[in-house]
Write a protein that binds this ligand. Structure first.
Ligand code: CO
Length: 132
């Protein structure tokens, strides 16, 4: 397992991208609107992993509600795994509360599933099995 990405919820992707470009010299290698998650995500390469910036697509997005409640900031940490089905089975067996009972398609065509923060000390965790 490894850190695949760390996700930050932002209210304006344009503003956040401009800041990461000018202050940090980081350019996204992928920007994608994920209708099913109600977000537009930008992936900023950082060594072997990425920073992910998440902008809500509308007021109904869970990320919009997150920002409304807590402001911009750390949204989730994504752990990369080789076999997401096996990882989910192990977590379920260990008593983890899962947001997604089965993997589903995420950004970049990868398979993803979320684990509820209740059983991860208050931090939302995403599992990612990379495609290609
Ligand atoms: Co993510």
């Amino acid at each position: 397992m490894r850190i695949d990405h760390v996700a930050i919820a932002v209210s304006s992707l344009d503003d956040a991208l401009e800041t990461f470009r000018t202050v940090w010299g980081l350019e996204p290698d992928r920007v994608e609107r994920i209708e099913s998650d109600g977000v537009t995500e930008a992936m900023l390469p950082l060594g072997d992993s990425h920073l992910q910036l998440l902008e809500p697509t509308g007021a109904e997005s869970t990320v919009a509600k997150f920002i409304e409640r807590r402001g911009e900031g750390l949204h989730h940490i994504a752990i990369g795994v080789d076999d997401i089905d096996a990882a989910l089975a192990r977590l379920r067996e260990g008593g983890a509360r899962l947001v997604d009972e089965a993997p589903r398609p995420g950004g970049g065509g990868h398979r993803v599933a979320f684990v509820h923060p209740k059983t991860t000390s208050g931090v939302l965790i995403e599992l990612v099995e990379r495609h290609g």
